[in-house]
Every structure is written in structure tokens, then in C-alpha cells.
Design a protein. Sequence first.
Length: 136
Amino acid sequence: MALKRLNTEHLTAIKWLALPNKGGKTNDEIAEICCVSRQSIHNWRKDPLFERELKKEMVRNSQDQLPELIASLSEIAIRDGNAAMAKLALQINGMLTDKVEVETKAKTGEINYEELDEEIASFAERIDEESSDNVK
């Protein structure tokens, strides 16, 4: 059953689960701290609301380390020759974006006047047919 809101025991579990290596605790120990079963912790981990809040807490816990992480990307890319790391470093710094190519059917200045005249004639015929149907 999906959670509608998070209670104190949920938030306590999130606090511990969001820490690196779960703050040195096992799932059993976290369950004991929260006064719930290990199975409850396991079930909560499948809940979208619980997981969303857990991810938010992980981000809050690691925000202070982001500048060092971003600064180390270039160093790692150069030292290890890691292309994925180099790509990520360039993307973060706005120097590399995904390239999207769009191809149009008709180039500007290349208007097919015959097709255009045929379409106009077709519209005119339809209008004439509709107006003659309405007169009857």
C-alpha cells in the first residue's frame, strides 16, 4: 500500500539510510531504532514517496561535496583517459551539448508552384461543392 505521508519512523529511517554506509548501521539496527521490523524498512524502500524523500535527503547530505566532485572530474578524465568523465565535465561547464539536426522538406526559395496551384484548385472545388450542396 502506497504511503500518503511520512511519519516520524519513516523520517528516522530516511535519515539513517541516506548516510554513507547507512551511518554504519545495518537494516536490522535501523529498524530497531525506528521501532519497526526489518520487513517494514524493506517495504518502505519500494514506496515512491519514501524513495523520493530518501533521494532528496541524499542530495542534501552530499551538496557540500559537489564543488569538489565537479572540480575532480577534469582531473580524473585527464589522469585516467576517461572519455565519459571528460564528456560529463564539458557538459557541466556548458561546453558540450547534445546536437539535434532538423531537416526540412522544402528549402527556402524552392516553392513548387504547381503543387500550390493544385491545392488551391482542390480547395476551390470543395468550397463550390459545399456551397452547391447547401443551396439544394
